[in-house]
Design a protein around this ligand. Structure first.
Ligand code: MV4
Length: 445
């Protein structure tokens, strides 16, 4: 095991990683920006080093500052958390070049899966269902038009270098296709420096279901079942749950095994999330792989009983799984609500400011992952997510009841948060009856 690692992140995930390290007996080096200098979790780390001003580009995304901090503090590995540098191939390569273990996948697997067209080919090779679409990236406009007609409208134009909803366009006919194509190309060029795009049939009103996979360095690959993340708004997830409430056991098994086949073919190591769309008829289609630990990992931890962050660190240190797929059971239902400092009345505009009254939820079945407290100032420089409330119960009905109880207990004042929005969703008849899809929030709120 490592004796000391650096955590290249902030907020609740930095604290989550520190907690895992405490239990593993691994020393931690936390890095922070000037805006985060008073964060209490920094005191839980063995060392804390300021890496720059509030601005992300100069601190949490500043590779030279992070690498030199790692050198000075003599760590053996770096955990990137999620966001920031977690999926930055350049950063992972620099870690390797500096003799630091990147707690994540090998650079080659990041490259392969970061290219969404290559990922599609990989899925195809392993007989995992993909959305009908183009073979690879598409050529000129006339070729693209022919292809769009062959696939049949509506079609989706996606950036090869994209993912997570960035650089995507839907077209319903030739006319909108032509304008969407140039817009998508321009957007992809600006965002990723790569204008290649591919086409997929547009799946109408799908559910978003993703499989948690972990692979050790010996090539053992295990899945930890799925999460349903259909409750989202503008590609920002709001509520996630495990298991997916509409999957039959047969489909669940096929889905999870499909995810494992892709991860095996990619020669992947560490934590991965394999994303699928689930259509009205419960057919699933692979869409992409996220090569990081995700925000919503706690729901999987609660239903399976495994600590995924500890295993990320153990895997990176070379430990083999001491259990197998049959040992991994899922019991009960877990639901996570993301609490963002946003004002639903102002189109969810972020709502920074100082918290003067803070009362956290607790009691049976409630887990709270957060770094905030009374007196904490939410900075405008970072993502608006400030807490995650995760509940665990025997049934979905009970989990919803516990979540509503916990959210009503939760006081964060005077800043506006997504707590009321989550409560509205949890009380909605269609949510309760599982009659939702990825368009649910936009249609109903
Ligand atoms: C799609 C789709 C419909 N058809 N692909 C958005 C995020 C990215 N991971 C993939 N996304 C989608 N891809 C086809 N062929 C609909 C979405 C989509 C979506 C997916 C998951 C969660 C929320 C979403 C919201 C809007 C659209």
């Amino acid at each position: 095991m490592f004796s000391r690692i650096l955590i290249a992140n902030r907020g609740e995930i930095a604290l989550r990683i520190i907690r895992a390290c405490q239990e593993l007996g691994v020393q931690t080096v936390a890095v922070y920006s000037e805006a985060d200098k008073d964060a209490p979790y920094l005191k839980l780390a063995d060392e804390a080093v300021c890496i720059g001003p509030a601005n992300c580009a100069e601190s949490y995304l500043n590779i030279p500052h992070i690498i030199s901090t790692a050198e000075i503090t003599d760590v053996e590995a770096i955990h990137p958390g999620y966001g920031f540098l977690a999926e930055n191939i350049n950063f992972a390569q620099i870690c390797e070049d500096c003799g630091l273990t990147f707690i994540g996948p090998p650079v080659e697997a990041m490259k392969l899966l970061g290219d969404k067209v290559e990922a599609r080919k990989l899925a195809q090779k392993t007989e995992v269902p993909i959305v009908p679409g183009s073979e690879g990236t598409i050529g000129d406009e006339s070729e693209a038009l022919k292809l769009a007609n062959k696939i049949g409208y509506p079609v989706m134009i996606k950036a090869a270098a994209g993912g997570g909803g960035r650089g995507m366009r839907v077209a319903h006919n030739d006319m909108s296709f032509v304008s969407s194509l140039s817009a998508a190309r321009a957007e992809a060029e600006a965002a990723f420096g790569d204008n290649s795009v591919y086409l997929e049939k547009y799946i109408v009103e799908p559910r978003h279901v993703e499989v948690q996979v972990m692979a050790d360095q010996e090539g053992n690959i295990l899945h930890f079942y799925e999460r349903d993340c259909s409750i989202q708004r503008r590609h920002q997830k709001m509520i996630e749950e495990s298991p997916c409430p509409v999957l039959k056991e047969r489909t669940r098994e096929e889905l999870c095994n499909a995810a494992i086949r892709i991860i095996k073919e990619a020669k992947y190591v560490n934590a991965a999330t394999v994303e699928f769309l689930l259509d009205k008829d419960k057919n699933f289609y692979f869409i992409e792989v996220n090569t990081r630990i995700q925000v919503e990992h706690p729901v999987t931890e609660l239903v399976t009983g495994y600590d995924l962050i500890k295993w990320q660190i153990e895997i990176a240190a070379g430990r083999k799984f001491d259990f197998n797929q049959r040992d991994i059971k899922h019991t009960g239902v877990a639901i996570e609500c993301r609490i963002n400092a946003e004002d639903p009345a102002k189109d969810f505009a972020s709502c920074p400011g100082t918290i003067t009254r803070y009362i956290p939820p607790g009691g049976p079945g409630v887990r709270l992952d957060t770094h905030i407290h009374q007196g904490w100032t939410v900075s405008k420089s970072y993502d608006s997510m400030i807490a995650k409330v995760i509940v665990y119960q025997k049934s979905r009905e009970e989990a919803i009841t516990t979540m509503k109880r916990a959210l009503r207990e939760f006081v964060i004042e005077p800043i506006k948060t997504t707590i009321p929005a989550c409560l509205n969703i949890l009380s909605h008849n269609l949510y309760i009856k599982n009659k939702i899809d990825t368009g649910f929030v936009e249609r109903n709120f």
